[in-house]
Design a protein around this ligand. Structure first.
Ligand SMILES: Cc1cc2nc3c(=O)[nH]c(=O)nc-3n(C[C@H](O)[C@H](O)[C@H](O)COP(=O)(O)OP(=O)(O)OC[C@H]3O[C@@H](n4cnc5c(N)ncnc54)[C@H](O)[C@@H]3O)c2cc1C
Ligand SMILES: *[C@@H]1O[C@H](CO)[C@@H](O)[C@H](O)[C@H]1NC(C)=O
Ligand SMILES: *[C@@H]1O[C@H](CO)[C@@H](O)[C@H](O)[C@H]1NC(C)=O
Ligand SMILES: *[C@@H]1O[C@H](CO)[C@@H](O)[C@H](O)[C@H]1NC(C)=O
Length: 588
């Protein structure tokens, strides 16, 4: 099979991106932009997420923004909006959530940013407790904890998130051990500012201790009960981890997914379906005396020269629109090999990689994100997804399936793959694959109801509204299978509208959550159209219109929801026949 000149160049650009991002020692980086932009000081504002685009490709409006720097100022900000019954929402330093969680209701609401609420309040080393302000970045939390000889045992892998945002969306790393992989499991207290009657000054600070029943509503909350001011976490003494990435064929992946999280405290798995390969993260706690000063500086979260990011995007668009499966699969294979060759960003000493295992302190292994680091270099480099450049632009879906059902789900995905492996290159092998992480059952009302495997996928998003992705039906079918056939739950901070349709009915304690919400914020000032739709209060997260299924806003029920003029029609799934996916005519 010969490739056109364009395809060859496309592949070269992808490879150039990978190698340069690593080899060039970058002096600086342009940190991501502030998600809130106002035309008149702190008035007439817009808010976007870190990708510069919510699920429906819009950004939101707000009349103004405030930046409280203390709990008193936060209290005053809440009292001010409550006294005038304005809609209000919390913005964070970078606002990563993909759905419209950060938008105040309507267009004239107020944003309260936690960007200045970024300090450690206190650390009790003897009791292993750490209290921080809610806008603190995971990066700073990890660093402050380590300086005191403590660790947060589990966290997301990207450290640009804030503690308030992680709790609101149920963010997690990977573990079935102890309290499990989700950050909210380590919360033993928090202070939340909520609306109050005029007689009480329009706001109240509620302190919820570890045995307060409302803590189960406040620790995973979509931000609707009020503003979290401070969070107290139970920590562990700083420990070390030993990480080995093991690449194996996927023949026993279905059996492995059911046990891997029990075998390794920080274990995860990444599946590359076309390549029939699984990358097992064999990751365990080791004694602090074990030699090693390893570092996890994940390639994907490093700063890249923006020129390269732009070139890689052009190449990716060309492969999507005019490439062949063969070209896409070759590019995907070469990329996976390049990641492996560069040990995904792990080094044994912070400089070079010699061998596995990589042994290092928890704070150097648990998360990364060096593209966040200053100094500003005028956009010569940036995070790959920075919306100010025309670089990486993608969808990110995350959904969990009970561990007890994960084996059957994986078998179904493999059956789908076996029907036509080449189709998986465009969506899955070409990005990071299917990442599987473990999250334990939670007492949080909006947490997981069973021990679960979270499946995370990143896939191409066009800049053009309604433009189909090549082989879009593969991901569509996998998602519907997980959510409908296997009762999966969508990650609150990721996904497209359709994934949230009916999601709340799968939470047996949702009514308890709503009771606390109504008690804390009876007028729904902290709620917006999106949270009302998702929580089943008003409306539906599905957005039915032309091409809605192409955009992830609905599940198709008619060809018009796909792109019939471009040959994409609404068809049943191939393995999960009840799925309705947008298939290209000749693929069906
Ligand atoms: C590159 C990248 C990597 C990621 N990696 C992971 C991962 O490994 N694991 C994982 O689970 N998720 C991951 N995510 C998703 C992420 O967890 C969620 O989007 C996230 O939790 C958002 O955090 P944030 O601080 O940006 O909050 P935002 O998106 O700004 O806020 C989320 C919601 O919380 C509300 N909120 C924020 N702070 C407060 C507060 N103090 N009081 C009340 N409400 C508040 C906001 O109003 C909003 O409704 C990743 C996202 C990106 C972009
Ligand atoms: C408010 O901001 C928008 C852009 O977000 C701008 O078009 C408009 O002119 C601004 N309005 C005023 C009154 O400045
Ligand atoms: C906290 O925020 C302030 C104001 O935005 C900033 O100057 C300071 O550097 C931040 N602190 C940390 C540890 O990032
Ligand atoms: C794909 O090919 C068409 C026709 O040659 C061209 O118009 C279009 O720009 C190409 N798309 C990309 C992304 O290169």
């Amino acid at each position: 099979m010969s490739m056109s000149h364009g395809q060859t160049r496309a592949m070269e650009s992808l490879l150039v991106l990978l190698s340069l991002g690593v080899l060039v020692q970058l002096a600086g980086c342009s940190p991501p932009p502030d998600p809130v932009i106002c035309t008149h000081g702190t008035s007439n504002c817009t808010i976007a997420n870190t990708y510069g685009s919510f699920t429906d490709r819009t950004i939101c409006r707000a009349a103004k923004v405030t930046y409280p720097g203390t709990e008193q100022e936060l209290f005053a900000a809440v009292a001010a909006v409550v006294s005038t019954k304005q809609k209000v929402k919390v913005a964070t330093k970078h606002s990563h959530s993909i759905p419209k969680l950060a938008c105040p209701g309507g267009d004239e609401g107020t944003l309260i940013s936690t960007a200045r609420l970024n300090r450690t309040v206190c650390i009790d080393v003897a009791k292993r407790l750490m209290t921080v302000e809610s806008g603190m970045l995971l990066r700073d939390l990890i660093e402050a904890a380590a300086a005191a000889g403590l660790s947060l045992p589990h966290s997301p892998y990207w450290y640009g998130l804030t503690i308030g945002g992680m709790l609101a969306t149920g963010a997690h790393g990977s573990s079935l051990w102890g309290k499990g992989g989700a950050v909210h499991e380590y919360v033993v207290g928090l202070r939340i500012v909520t609306p109050a009657p005029a007689s009480q000054g329009f706001a109240v600070v509620r302190e919820l201790g570890s045995d307060h029943p409302d803590l189960d509503a406040a620790k995973v909350s979509l931000g609707v009960p009020g503003v979290v001011s401070q969070v107290t976490l139970t920590m562990q003494p700083l420990f070390k981890r030993s990480v080995t990435m093991v690449q194996r064929d996927d023949s026993d992946m279905a059996e492995k997914v059911a046990v891997w999280g029990h075998l390794h405290e920080f274990g995860d798995m990444t599946w590359l379906p076309y390549q029939r390969m699984v990358i097992y993260r064999q990751d365990d706690r080791v004694d602090v005396s074990t030699p090693g000063n390893g570092l996890n500086d994940l390639l994907l979260f490093r700063a890249s020269p923006t020129r390269r990011l732009v070139d890689a995007r052009v190449a990716e668009e060309r492969l999507q629109e005019n490439g062949t499966d063969t070209a896409r699969c070759t590019a995907a294979q070469q990329q996976a090999a390049a990641f492996e060759q560069r040990s995904y960003g792990f080094t044994n000493d912070g400089v070079s990689f010699t061998r596995y295992p990589v042994v290092g302190y928890q704070h150097r292994i648990q998360a990364s994100g060096t593209c966040l680091s200053s100094p500003e270099d005028g956009l010569l480099t940036s995070c790959a997804w920075d919306p100010r450049i025309r670089g990486s632009f993608y969808y990110n879906s995350g959904f969990s399936v009970a561990v007890s059902k994960a084996r059957a789900f994986v078998v179904d995905m493999q059956r789908l793959r076996d029907r036509n492996p080449d189709m998986f290159c465009a969506a899955l092998d070409s990005k990071v694959g299917v990442v599987m992480r473990y999250v334990k059952a939670s007492s949080a009302y909006l947490g997981k109801k069973e021990d679960s495997v979270d499946f995370d996928i990143v896939y191409y998003r066009s800049h053009t509204n309604g433009m189909p992705r090549v082989h879009a039906d593969v991901v569509d079918e996998i998602e519907q299978m997980a959510l409908r056939k296997y009762g999966g739950l969508p990650h609150w901070g990721k996904n497209w509208n359709f994934a949230f349709y009916g999601a709340i009915t799968k939470y047996p304690k949702a009514h308890k959550f709503l009771k606390v919400k109504n008690k804390y914020d009876p007028d729904g000032l902290f709620s917006n159209e999106w949270t009302d739709q998702v929580l089943g209060i008003n409306g539906t997260p599905n957005f039915i219109k032309k091409s809605c299924a192409i955009e992830g806003l609905c599940v198709c029920s008619s060809d018009l929801h796909c792109a019939p003029e471009q040959g994409y029609l609404c068809k049943p799934g191939k393995v999960y026949k009840k799925a309705r996916v947008c298939s290209f005519i000749t693929d069906y």
